[in-house]
Structure formats: structure tokens, C-alpha cells
Design a protein around this ligand. Sequence first.
Ligand SMILES: Cc1ncc(COP(=O)(O)O)c(C=O)c1O
Length: 424
Amino acid sequence: MFEPGYTPLPLSRLSQAIRPPIIVDLMSRALANPDVLSLAAGFTDNEVLPRVMIRDIVAELTREGLPEEPLQYGQNRGREGLRALSCRALAGHPGEQASGLDPEKVFITNGSQQALYLAMQALCDPGDIVLVEEPSYFVCLELLKGLRLRPVGIPCDARGGILTEGLRERLRALDAAGERSRVKAIYLVSYFCNPSSHSLGAVAKAAVAGVLSEEGFCLPVIEDAAYRDLYFEAPHPAPSILSMEAFAAFPKLYLGTYTKPFATGLKVGFGYCTHPVWLEKMLCMKGHQDFGTSHFNQAIIERVLAQGFYAEHLAGVRAHYAAKATMLNEVLEKGGLQQSGWRWERPAGGLVIWLRGPAGMHLGMESDFCARCIAAGVLYVPGDLCFAEGVPKNCARLAFGSLPPDKLRVAAERFCAVAAEFSA
Ligand SMILES: Cc1ncc(COP(=O)(O)O)c(C=O)c1O
């Protein structure tokens, strides 16, 4: 601990805007108290970590005389082999225009989180606006606020699908308020979204591009595909923004990651950027931050992809999470949530279930409901954190990634019991 009475330190305006990330708080609460079962933290399941595979690859990578010595620094932009393999993996998704994808546009990052930060830093000044879905990835909303940016919500339906006419109205309202020039990007979590688990279909995605073009907002588009590999039965058929004609004129950044689908602890992800100046600036900033993502971890992922282990591993992981999603869904159904007005959909991929409680119910961090859940030994993410304006308050995100099945069941039962108390 620090001694009391240390000298006051005048902090920058930027750091004064930065609050402790809620995600870190939720993760440490989950780690600190084993009796509280966390349906909040975004961990994956230890059960499906690729331990043996990584142990064997580490043995290979620590042999002497390897080209591109993995125990040395690598390139700022990332290993050439990993960039090429990431490009190939991206091209393998349904609907992608494989021949148009170029490894020179790929850069490797410390997870997609770092790419998001670099993207926003390169594009935005304090006070600028980023359009986000309602609900959106709450850690990104915090990141934006930490950079003193303003997330502005795009109206969505109850399932998380973008309402294109709502988007048009929002753009017109921003224009009428004299804010057009402050809108710097649109951020879409379009595959098995965290938190709504909704995926944006090709027609809906093209409609977003259509409205942006018609309203004269040719904005940088950031597509966060963190959960694209984590589908349960079938990959989502929509191509990414990179391969859609409707987005041809837009500067684009696509984000992928090897954390959630493979090993979060390696913390390796990538960006694919179609705009040379934007890409160059992000690389400069990355150079200033770390001059390259852990070369050793990149080399591990490169081997995994090159030797075909990734696809093999994913098959098992998908089945594992599909079973957990089904089980959580069943416990919620049996727990009587529907009868008391709660609504949700069984996800087709990803790691979360998005619940909408009865209208008027307050599930926020400061609510009695949240306090009661903690007392009953279960944590969830209050859904208001996922909305730019912090409303509505009646939603919750339940993650089924980390808890083993028996504990997942108990956690969900505890949640249902609290919900029952509040609907009595
Ligand atoms: C939607 C979304 N994007 C990005 C990230 C960042 O993930 P990582 O930095 O581990 O790739 C997460 C992590 O939870 C996420 O849910």
C-alpha cells in the first residue's frame, strides 16, 4: 500500500476522464470471491483451453536456430506469416471476396481491444461522436468516454437489429444540431453481438451503408467480429463489410481476434484496414505504445493456424459453448422468467444471453435487484452499461463462457430466484 500524504499530482485532462474499467472490476470480483458465481465476466471456459497443443508448440518454438527467432522482438505490424494466415482465415468465411483480401492491410494487435483503441485515437478528437448500436459492447463505450468521445446510439429493435429509418433520423438530428462534422465513425458488432447476440444480415448491413450514403455520411466503418468464429451450428452467412459492394466507398476497419475462440491469455488479435492513412496512423500509435504485439504469442498462433489446429480446435469449442447456451436457456425457461415478463432469445453463437426484464424494472449496478443478486451469490452485467445514454435499465447480460456447467446451472438458478422475488 502507498503511504498517506503523497504529493498531489496534476493529471492530464485525458486521464481525468478515465474511470476504472467496469470490466476489470467485474473480473476481480469474480476472481476474489469463489462463492459468488459470475455470469458477468467475459472469460472463456478453462475446460476448452488448448493446453496440450500450446505446450507442444512452445517446445518447438524454444528450439535454437528458428528463423524469425520468436523469443526476440518482431515487427511492429506483426509477423508476416500470421498476417497472411489471418487474411486466409478471414477469406474462408462465407461470402468473402477472397481474391480482394491483402495481407499488407492486416496488422496484429494485443487483442481486438487494442485495435479499437488505436482506431478511435487515430480518428477522433475529444468531443467527437461515434455511432454505436443500442445495445453495444460496453467496454467500447467506456473506452470512448475515456477518450472524451461521445457514443451516440443507433436505434435498434428489441433483438438488437438496426432500425435503418431510426439511423436516418438520428443522422438528420445530428445534422440539424450542427454536429455533422463531429461524427467520426460507426462501430458495429455484427456477428453474435456482445451483448445482444444478434447478427447483422447482409441485407440489413447493406441498408446501413445505403442510409449513411444517402445522408452524406461516408464515415469510417469499424466492424468488430470478435465472435464470428464462435457460431454454434453454422457460420453466419453475411459477408463482412470488406466484401460488400455497398461499403465499397467507405474507409473500413475489420477486427478479428484469437482470444475468445482460442486462448484469451495469449491476447492476440488483428485488424484489417482498407485506408492507407488510417492504417499508417494506427501503426505509428502502436509503435509508440509497444512496437509490436508479443512476438512469441504471435508465433504460437501462427503455428496453430499453419498446421490446421485452429479449425480442429474450434469444432470442439463450438459444441461446448452450444451445449452451455442450451443449458442456460433451459434453466431460465424452467425458472419461470418468461411467465413474469422477461424476454430473450437462445443465441446462435457467442458467449452471452441478453435478457430484457419487464418494463420499468431496474437492474442497474445501483439497483436493489443487483444488490440482491450479489447477496444471493451471482453476478451479471447490468444492461444499461451497454447503452450510450444508460437507458433502458431493465436489461441484463448473462455470460456462459467461464463457469463450468454445474456452476452455470446454480448461478442461473440463483438469478431466477432473485427475479422471482422481484416479480412477486
Ligand atoms: C465485442 C468485443 N470486441 C472486442 C473485445 C476485445 O477482445 P480481445 O481484446 O480479447 O480480442 C471483446 C471482448 O470481450 C468483445 O466482446
